[in-house]
Design a protein around this ligand. Structure first.
Ligand SMILES: [Zn+2]
Length: 82
């Protein structure tokens, strides 16, 4: 094994342990709860509603199966990330 190969194997090992198999996309709806409803996490009014789309690593790509989408405060959505 060359030096470069050892480095790559080490990096792969680190990534494999630390990288979440979930991926998140946060999109601002640029509108408040008046249009999108209350925060789905805390149930309170939101002045700028965010939509969080969760996807999960599956084989070589990502899937939305078994994943949850939420609307609400950015902080609340981030607290739901796993
Ligand atoms: Zn909230």
């Amino acid at each position: 094994m060359s030096y470069a190969e050892i480095i790559m194997a080490t990096l792969k090992g680190i990534a494999g342990d630390n990288v979440s198999k979930y991926k998140y996309k946060l999109i601002s709806q640029k509108e408040s709860s008046a249009k999108y409803g209350l925060c789905e996490v805390c149930g309170k009014f939101v002045s700028e509603v965010f939509h969080q789309i969760e996807s999960r690593k599956y084989e070589d790509g990502y899937t939305y199966a078994g994943c949850k989408d939420y609307f609400g405060h950015k902080e609340c959505l981030e607290s739901k990330q796993r």
